[in-house]
Design a protein around this ligand. Sequence first.
Ligand code: BJW
Length: 245
Amino acid sequence: MMNRDRDAVRKLLADAVEDGEIVCFSGAGLSEPSGVGTFRDPGAGWWTRYDPMVLASPRGFADDPELVMRWYAARRLQMARAEPNAAHRVLASRPGIINVTQNTDDLLERAGARHLLRLHGDITADRCHADCGHVERIDLAHPPTHRPCPRCRHSAMRPTVVWFGEPLPGEIWSAAEAAVRQCRILLVVGTSATVYPAAGLISVARDAHATVVVVNREPSGATEDADHELLGSVDDLLPELLAES
Ligand code: BJW
C-alpha cells in the first residue's frame, strides 16, 4: 500500500544519505519553482502548446531550423534569468546523493551538485548537427540563432540536447543504470515519468528491490511503482525531507 507519511520518508532518507545510497531521478518539476517551463503541465507545459516533433526532433530541425533555434533562444533566456531553488540546493548539499536528471538546464550544477548525470544533454552548448565534432559553449543570456557549423559548413549548429528519436549518451546512460541498480532509495522528483528510456530507471530500481519515493505535484507515471508518494512542490518538500538532523 502507498505510504504518504512524511516522517517515515524523512527517516528512510536520513539513514540512506549517510551511506551514499540515494539516487535522485529528476525532471522539469525540479526547476519549475525557479521559473523554468515544464513540458506537460496543463496549460503551462511546452508540449501542451507546441508539437514536440516540430521543436524537439531531428525531422523538426530539418524542416524549420530557424523556428527550433528561436524556441531554444526563448528557453535559454528563461534559464539565464533563473536561479537554483531550495530543492536544487538541498540535493546539491548532500554529497551522498547521485543526481540523475532529465533536465538540460544548469541549475543543479550552479547549486553545486558534484555527482550529476544528465540523461538528455546540456542546453548550455551547441554542436554540429552532423556531428563533425565542433562544439560551442553558449552564453544563455545571449543565445545564438540558426547558423551553419563554422568547421564543416555542411550542417547547422544545434543544442547539445537529446531530441525524440535520438539515443541517450551511452556512457551516461550506463552509469545511471548502474547507480540505480545499486541504490537503496530511488527518489523520483518532478517528472511525469512518461519519456523512455529515462522513465525505465524506475523499473530498474524496483527490479533491484530499491525503495521508490516519489515527490511530485500530482500523480504521475511513477505513482504505481512508488512505495511512498508525497504530493506538493519540490521546493517545499525536499528541504523538509532532506533536512540534516
Ligand atoms: C512539479 C512541480 C513542482 C511541476 N513541484 N512537481 C512511441 C512513439 C514514439 C516514440 C516512442 C514511443 N515509445 C517510446 C518512444 C521513445 C521516446 C519516448 O519516450 N516517447 C514518449 C513520449 C512516448 N523517447 C525517445 O525518443 C528518446 N530516445 C530514444 O528512445 O532513443 C532510442 C534510440 C536508440 C538508438 C538509436 C536511435 C534512437 C529520447 C527522448 C528525448 C526527450 N527530449 C526532451 C526535450 C529535449 C531536451 C530539452 O530541450 O530540454 O526532454 S522531451 C522532454 O521530456 C524533455 C524532458 O527531459 C522529458 C521528460 O519530461 P519531464 O522532465 O518529466 O517533464 P514533464 O513536464 O513531463 O513533467 C513535469 C512533472 O513535474 C509533472 O508531473 C508535474 O506535475 C511536476 N511538477 N511543477 C513538484 N513545483
